[in-house]
Design a binder for this molecule. Structure first.
Ligand SMILES: NC(=O)c1ccc[n+]([C@@H]2O[C@H](COP(=O)([O-])OP(=O)(O)OC[C@H]3O[C@@H](n4cnc5c(N)ncnc54)[C@H](O)[C@@H]3O)[C@@H](O)[C@H]2O)c1
Length: 247
């Protein structure tokens, strides 16, 4: 597969390039980044539109503000796209859905296959124990800007699919008893923790604790590569990690 890496000079873009180098089924045909172009060992395109060669997929680890241009390019060239950026506006999310009517689009706030499996386990537990108290704890390094993490919200959204009345209580800071509907979400910021997410389900008679620890950010690049392979030969549509693990 021929891959375009968008955001190739970033931490994740470089990790994607390393995985592709080791994969005999893949090759990186274009590196695209607006910054530090001169500092890179690879020939870099500053604009996606400058690359007109053949490609089977774009892996995007740039910035959510690139989404509109990225999708215009992908649709105009009929190239499937794996969007790994986070923090999209509602407008950008709508653009992603609209593009998915024309080309295969893979989009997930967390590209970890482990988190995808965890999400399914949490949904099963929420279904089995409809009145259990559910709380989520996430830990990240002290440089992280967003609170709670997109992944904590992804896990909460998964549970909310099973419990539509669920209400998120982010960082519980008011006195008073918890309600049955609430899902508490708690964020810890410390040191250089790559990312930990724990969903705790207490039924009153037993507790399930489902935990994922990321040891290295390259696991997200690994997931992006799996997503690109998954999209190969797929029809236009919107795909996420659920599709991979149910395939
Ligand atoms: N979905 C996931 O699992 C997951 C995991 C890790 C990171 N991310 C997201 O991926 C994105 C990148 O993360 P990172 O840690 O590699 O960040 P980074 O800042 O190290 O890299 C981003 C790169 O994108 C480049 N860039 C910015 N605008 C661009 C544009 N218009 N065209 C081309 N390149 C552009 C930057 O110059 C930079 O080199 C962020 O949105 C981050 O939240 C998602």
């Amino acid at each position: 597969m021929k891959i375009i890496i968008n955001g190739s000079n970033g931490r994740m873009g470089k990790a994607v390039a390393r995985f592709i180098e080791q994969d005999s089924d893949m090759s990186a045909v274009a590196f695209v980044d607006i910054n530090n172009v001169a500092a890179s060992d690879d020939p870099i395109y500053e604009n996606l539109t400058d690359f007109t060669g053949e490609a089977d997929c774009i892996i995007d680890f740039s910035h959510h503000t690139c989404t509109e241009g990225l999708l215009e390019y992908a649709v105009s060239r009929n190239i499937p796209v794996v969007i790994c950026t986070t923090a999209h506006t509602d407008e950008e999310k709508a653009m992603i859905k609209a593009a998915a009517e024309k080309i295969p689009v893979f989009f997930s706030a967390n590209m970890s296959l482990g988190i995808a499996v965890m999400n399914e386990i949490c949904k099963t537990a929420a279904k089995m124990f409809p009145s259990a108290n559910i709380e989520i704890i996430e830990k990240h390094h002290n440089q992280k800007l967003d609170v709670p993490s997109g992944t904590a919200l992804l896990l909460a959204d998964g549970i909310k699919e099973i419990r539509p009345a669920a209400v998120y209580n982010i960082g519980r800071h008011e006195n008073g008893k918890r309600t049955d509907e609430e899902i508490g979400i708690h964020s810890l910021r410390m040191g250089n923790v790559v990312g930990e997410h724990e969903v705790i389900i207490n039924t009153g008679t037993q507790t399930l604790s489902i935990k994922h620890e990321a040891h290295d950010r390259s696991l997200f690049a690994e997931g992006a590569i799996a997503a690109a392979k998954f999209l190969n030969g797929k029809a236009a549509g919107f795909y996420d990690m659920t599709n991979i693990i149910k395939d």
